[in-house]
Design a protein around this ligand. Structure first.
Ligand SMILES: [Zn+2]
Ligand SMILES: [Zn+2]
Ligand SMILES: [Zn+2]
Length: 241
């Protein structure tokens, strides 16, 4: 007889509830970079506060984005390549209305408390934002606890693997450890030590990062000593630390 998993009730304790996220589950923001090309500020404004007539001041540089406003980025001439005659001259101008109009919409996740693009939340037509309160990442994790489909260690392990596979070979299933061993003639790329396949590392079961060293041409076979000595640990090279 198949044993069924018990029904669960997930009891939350010590939940983080940052002040700035309270009541924000349905508030939609527009997010956009300050249009001053020297300024790196990314600005978020509540969508309902952006009227047809708007005036948004960058808190970092003071640049004003406003309705009917324009920003010029270069002067242009459109030239006929046959006779070099000028067809049109002008200035490459972004209208502030267009810029604000197309800006990505965001909202806070009421669980992880982060501001994320609206598309990161599942649809929920009954709600004012049209989206669920919690982001898809939080929802998936919660459901895995609720439905006991994963234990926490499996979750971490899976995440490690995704990380590694993600940059070694875009498509997770296509890592071919044997091919990598063969390519390097079963020798460490740095010290030349012979490495037995697969005893010195099985990418499915041990920490695969130990045996590979990311260089521009792809995964490189390394013994664990050399990997530890490598100038650029895998995680740093790929900005994943
Ligand atoms: Zn600015
Ligand atoms: Zn979340
Ligand atoms: Zn080595």
């Amino acid at each position: 007889m198949v044993r069924r998993k018990p029904y669960t009730n997930v009891i939350k304790r010590n939940q983080l509830r940052p002040e700035h996220v309270k009541g924000m589950g349905d508030v939609v923001f527009k997010g956009f970079n300050c249009l001053n090309s020297e300024c790196r500020k990314f600005i978020f404004v509540r969508k309902e506060q952006i009227d047809k007539e708007f005036n948004i001041v960058c808190p970092t540089c003071g640049f004003v984005l406003h309705s009917q406003g324009e920003s010029i980025f270069y002067d242009y001439q459109s030239v006929n390549i046959q006779d070099n005659s000028i067809i049109e001259e002008g200035q490459f101008t972004i209208l502030h209305d267009d810029y604000i109009n197309e800006a990505q919409e965001y909202k806070y996740c009421i669980i992880c408390g982060t501001l994320k693009p609206l598309e990161f939340f599942d649809k929920h037509s009954a709600r004012q934002s049209g989206r669920q309160g919690e982001c898809r990442l939080c929802k998936t994790l919660y459901n895995s606890i609720k439905n006991q489909t994963r234990i926490i260690d499996q979750h971490r392990e899976a995440s490690e693997k995704r990380r590694l596979y993600g940059f070694l070979a875009r498509e997770p299933a296509k890592i071919d450890a044997k091919a990598i061993y063969d390519k390097f003639e079963h020798k460490c790329f740095r010290c030349g030590r012979q490495l037995a396949y697969p005893e010195e590392g099985n990418i499915d079961h041990t920490l695969p990062a130990k045996l590979f060293w990311q260089i521009s041409t792809g995964p490189t076979l390394l013994c664990s000593d050399c990997n530890n000595m490598a100038m650029f640990p895998l995680t740093q090279v790929n900005g994943l630390a």
